[in-house]
Design a protein around this ligand. Structure first.
Ligand code: GDP
Ligand code: GDP
Length: 498
């Protein structure tokens, strides 16, 4: 689960983008390369573990970029407004300091500002490229802090310690029982650019159906959620206030709507990306959709304002969808719906699509069916030889270990040697053969030895009453059930493949 937002702030040239790149490049799924007001890169997802089970949203801020801002850090201007918004929305702030040039007046001001806001702050001295430079960090204790981490963003030193600290801080502030929220009514996020028609859709879905049950206060920040009932089932639309809020600054400041969307995605089970039919899919839309998909959230695309498209014929929707999907590499399977709020066309179908996605998200396929499918798939198309070992990957057993999203673990001989293209093929065929539908499907690969060791460790640890390490942590949600022997004789490999 992606939970929590972390913002990197600091003076110019302390190494914010270097740190951002360091953190996201090694662990991230997607980084926003869109040029921002001040930044090439604005946000990304950082994972704590290789399976991308747990992570957080990282925001790089422009802080004090221009000369004018530099000398008047808290003046009214867009760059600072953007940074300030990032700080306010963040759960944890990394205040980055320059270990080479030492304490600066603006470091004091920023530290005081963050303290006034009552933010969780991690003080990090950067450019500590070798152990002998660590003493340079002592200087920063004059900011009145008890702990300063020393890192080298450029050389990747001590980055793991920073990640551990971020994880600790996020764990401490994560609202208790939040995970259980997603066990209840499916939570829907309406995202998309300003003016795409999100509030119009929200009004249609909630207002006119007269099915608003109540306004429930969100668990974080100032988000307000709206409950609605469809086909006797409850749903929640997250961050309703954020969708309805109309503020000039919100539309003007590039990145703010992106930030809102990211947070809504984080809190949602199902993501509806609303686009304006006349504007087509922008790069920002595509990235948001990719971000949602990379978090294994079910996504549907709502093409609104379909009334504005001139000279429509029976192929228009099909052609439009084809063009959309060329831009959406990760999202070939998502449903696309063409609606008009103005003319109230097909808006009512949105909830049908949501209902289908919610069912797919909860789908569980029996172990026997999964293994039958896996056998067929492997026979249909044999995996390529692994050069390094001059042998073929062997698959022993598959089992679905959880839902929301449906997650299948396949046991094999050498899990990390299976080609990405072969993995994509398996996922695609599972989807086709087993009725996983339009939602996300996550397939993980485990070497059988590794899993046995992990399982033993887990049961030992739980006997001793503690958990050790991220891998085991991530697997706690997994229900493996009874595992068979998995000898080489049981492996699914075509008779002629050796
Ligand atoms: P920003 O303005 O805070 O985003 O700073 P940048 O990330 O653009 O970095 C400013 C300069 O500091 C660049 O020349 C970087 O190469 C350099 N820099 C960043 N991190 C380190 C580091 O860990 N060690 C050293 N020696 N230089 C660094
Ligand atoms: P939001 O910023 O994404 O919440 O967008 P709004 O719902 O506020 O809509 C932006 C503008 O588009 C408003 O002026 C709406 O009246 C208009 N609009 C919304 N849906 C449609 C539609 O289906 N067709 C047309 N022609 N205009 C629409």
């Amino acid at each position: 689960m992606i939970r929590g937002t972390v913002a990197i702030v600091g003076r110019p040239n302390v190494g914010k983008s270097t740190l951002f790149n360091r953190l996201t490049r090694t662990r991230t799924a997607i980084v926003d390369d869109r040029p921002g007001v001040t930044r090439d890169r604005l946000y990304g997802i950082v994972y704590f573990d290789d399976d991308r089970e747990n992570g957080f949203t990282l925001i790089d801020t422009g802080g004090f970029e221009t000369e004018g801002v530099y000398y008047q850090p808290f003046s009214e201007n867009l760059v600072w407004t953007q940074t300030e918004a990032a700080i306010k929305e963040a759960d944890v702030v990394v205040l980055l300091l320059d270990g080479k040039s030492g304490v600066h007046q603006h470091d004091h001001e920023l530290a005081r500002y963050l303290d006034r806001l009552g933010k969780q702050v991690i003080f990090v001295a950067n450019k500590i490229d070798g152990p002998e430079q660590r003493s340079a960090a002592f200087e920063f204790y004059e900011l009145g802090v008890t702990d300063v981490l020393t890192v080298s963003a450029a050389h990747g030193r001590q980055i793991d310690i920073l990640l551990d600290t971020i994880q600790e801080k996020l764990a401490a502030i994560a609202p208790k029982g939040d995970a259980r929220l997603s066990q209840g009514a499916p939570r829907i996020a309406l995202i998309g650019r300003p003016n795409a028609g999100k509030s119009s859709i929200l009004n249609r879905l909630t207002g006119e159906e007269r099915s608003v049950v109540s306004d429930v206060a969100g668990t974080t920040r100032d988000s307000i959620d709206t409950a609605l009932t469809f086909n006797k089932k409850d749903y929640v639309i997250v961050d309703t206030a954020g969708i309805r809020r109309r503020s000039k600054i919100h539309d003007k400041v590039e990145g703010l709507s992106v930030m809102r969307s990211l947070q809504a995605i984080e809190r949602a089970d199902i993501v509806l990306l609303v686009i304006d039919a006349k504007e087509n899919l922008t790069d920002q839309d595509a990235r948001l959709a990719d971000l949602a998909a990379s978090q294994f959230k079910p996504v549907a695309i709502i093409v609104n304002k379909w009334d504005l498209v001139p000279d429509k014929n029976s192929n228009s929707a099909r052609d439009y969808e084809r063009d959309l999907k060329i831009k959406l590499k990760l999202l070939q399977h998502v449903p696309v719906l063409f609606v008009s709020c103005l003319e109230n066309q097909r808006v009512h179908q949105i909830m049908n699509v949501v209902e289908g996605l919610a069912e797919d998200y909860d789908r569980r396929v029996e172990t026997r069916k999964l293994n039958d499918a896996l056998r067929t798939i492997v026979y249909e198309h044999t995996p390529a030889l692994i050069r390094k070992y001059s042998k073929r990957p062997k698959f022993y057993f598959a089992t679905q270990v959880r839902t929301r999203p449906p997650t299948v673990v396949i046991f094999c001989n050498v899990a990390n040697e299976i080609q990405e293209s072969y993995k994509r093929y398996i996922t695609k065929r599972f989807r086709e053969m087993l009725g996983y539908g339009n939602g996300p499907l996550r397939v993980l690969y485990r070497s059988k030895a590794e899993v046995r060791a992990n399982k033993d460790k887990q049961s030992q640890d739980s006997k001793r009453g503690f958990s050790s390490g991220q891998q085991v942590q991530a697997e706690q949600d997994f229900d493996y059930g009874e595992l068979p022997e998995m000898s080489d004789d049981d492996a699914f490999s075509p008779p002629d493949a050796e």
